[in-house]
Design a protein. Structure first.
Length: 148
């Protein structure tokens, strides 16, 4: 869904280093729960709720990957219906109740990374928001969607 270039000087430094950080979510693979990915090397790997790597789920007929579109942070889409905007860092603005995930490997609360609002090109469920969290210690990304 997104990729953050952590080498961008506009972003704060993290223990994740200067690399491209992917942000994923897949309703076909994980239904409505938080999706977790091991981001410790160049190829993200999906994790189950116990933090173990799972095999890749193939796309079904009629499903396709989202096209790549480069954006600057100032160009992130906004969604008035969701009552929140896309944002990087800070605190999430929840559409529903607070749902900060715990890392499946260390059981600690994950740190908020970003939220992306639906727009005319992509809708997260019912024009909701995609939230991404990271566990810097375990190098695990967690993402979820909330909608109206």
């Amino acid at each position: 869904m997104a990729q953050l270039d952590l080498s961008d000087p506009a972003l704060p430094r993290t223990v994740l280093g200067k690399r491209k950080l992917p942000v994923f979510w897949c309703l076909s693979c994980f239904e409505w729960g938080t999706t977790f990915y091991d981001i410790s090397n160049g190829t993200p790997k999906p994790l189950n709720d116990r933090g173990l790597i799972i095999t890749r789920v193939k796309l079904k007929s009629g499903e396709e990957d989202v096209e790549h579109t480069a954006m600057k942070l100032s160009q992130l889409p906004s969604n008035k219906k969701a009552g929140a905007r896309s944002k990087l860092g800070g605190s999430p603005r929840w559409v529903q109740q607070e749902a900060i995930p715990e890392c499946p490997r260390c059981d600690r609360s994950m740190s908020f990374l970003l939220q992306l609002a639906s727009d005319s090109d992509i809708a997260f469920a019912d024009m909701g928001l995609l939230y991404a969290f990271v566990c810097e210690k375990c190098k695990v990304l967690g993402s979820l969607i909330q909608s109206h």
